[in-house]
Design a protein around this ligand. Structure first.
Ligand code: SAM
Ligand code: SF4
Ligand code: SF4
Length: 361
């Protein structure tokens, strides 16, 4: 990773990148493994028994992850999301949660600490995660229809168990809960309305459903524009049954556009990274399980932080901070904004791109 040449520009203590965007959001992938094989993320044909996941010795320890987080919180990070792979597969994750929950921003505030999960282990773990200091969770669920969901996760996992996980998270106080639904035309788009209905009716507006456009992340999911359902189309479909009004963003850099139900039954979100890119205020930095830093979800390569963390000379926090600051300073990534100008169909432009299960959502 590059050594610094000059101190990075800052605003309110946060580093600014080459397009003037502050670093605010750190996503830490705690494992590249998963017990699901969602076709849009880890298709079975690629992630099969011969697939080589990262060996144990290459993973960052919780202490290393917490150290990176501590350094970055001192330089503007206000929000940390644990992800993967399936983060709840990483043993004793509660220990990492505890370390991160103890962090304070320079203003003395705790960080906004959250986690994205497929929900399969949530019923068992919600209470201990909450006790460790986790504030809230995002749960992925792609259909209410059991047959469709089992087909999409491709390991025959039932909807009922994910719903049980959501209920356990709610009971443990891990809210507000968000539910992410990736929508693929012809696969589960007919499930958008049943999903909206369920979360309006069963959770009294306390669970926020967000529709995510199927993205061309990674190089294995056979992405085709024809399978993307634009958020505007979905929103029209929902609004035809449950009228909606636009809400203002809760935070700068928020990925979802928020819409409220006119009848007061909570809200829904639309994450439109294909049809309406939101790179303009992207404040996210990603740390992979083995300690590579990624400046963009669509980056071709990461920057090796692990070797700095394990430098035999024993680099101090200031030296690590300077290196990451120098990297952030030259960041000019805005893949989604440029996507429209790139070839989009598989086969046209094979290029190296990191997998979502490796880098985290
Ligand atoms: N395993 C956890 C889960 O599924 O929630 C966390 C990791 S997963 C990579 C994070 C998020 O990325 C999930 O909400 C998932 O639906 C989303 N995702 C994965 N592949 C995607 C794709 N091709 N397009 C859009 N979203 C995707
Ligand atoms: Fe696993 Fe999440 Fe990817 Fe599905 S989206 S395969 S649950 S990492
Ligand atoms: Fe951020 Fe890259 Fe996504 Fe744009 S494409 S919003 S820069 S992660």
């Amino acid at each position: 990773m590059a050594r610094p040449s000059a101190a990075p520009a800052q605003v309110g203590g946060a580093w600014l990148d080459g397009l003037g965007r502050p670093l605010r959001d750190l996503r830490i992938s705690v494992t590249d493994r998963c017990n699901f094989r969602c076709s849009y993320c880890m298709p079975k044909e690629v992630f099969d028994k011969d697939y080589r996941f990262l060996p144990q010795g290459q993973l960052l320890s919780f202490e290393e992850m917490a150290r990176v987080a501590r350094i970055l919180v001192a330089h503007g990070v206000q929000k940390i999301r644990l992800t993967g792979g399936e983060p709840l597969l990483r043993k004793n994750l509660e220990r990492l949660v505890e370390m991160l929950a103890a962090l304070r921003t320079p203003e003395g505030r705790p960080v906004d600490l959250t986690l994205t999960t497929n929900g399969s282990l949530l019923a068992r773990k919600a209470r201990s995660l909450r006790d460790a200091g986790l504030q809230r969770v995002t749960v992925s669920l792609d259909a209410m229809d059991d047959t469709i969901f089992r087909r999409m996760n491709d390991v025959d996992f039932p909807v009922a168990d994910v719903l049980e996980g959501i209920a356990a998270a709610e009971a443990a106080g891990l809210g507000p809960i968000k539910v992410n639904m990736v929508v693929k035309r012809g696969t589960n788009d007919q499930e958008a309305l049943p999903m909206a209905r369920h979360f309006r009716e069963h959770h009294g507006g306390r669970v926020v459903l967000r529709f995510i456009e199927f993205m061309d992340v990674g190089a294995t999911n056979g992405w085709r524009m024809a399978e993307v359902v634009p958020s505007a189309e979905l929103r029209d479909r929902i609004a035809a049954i449950y009228p909606l009004h636009a809400l203002s963003p809760a935070q700068v850099g928020e990925t979802a556009e928020r819409w409220g139900y006119d009848d007061g039954h909570g809200e829904v979100g639309f994450i439109s990274s294909v049809t309406q890119a939101f790179c303009g205020d992207c404040n996210r930095l990603r740390l992979s399980t083995e300690g590579q830093l990624y400046l963009c979800l669509f980056a071709g390569q990461g920057h090796d932080l692990r070797s700095l963390l394990r430098d035999p000379a024993g680099l101090d926090d200031a030296a690590i901070a300077d290196s990451v600051g120098a990297l952030w300073q030259v960041r000019r990534d805005r893949y989604s904004e440029l996507r429209a100008r790139l070839p989009t169909e598989p086969g046209q432009a094979p290029r190296k791109r990191v997998e979502m299960s490796y880098i985290g959502g």
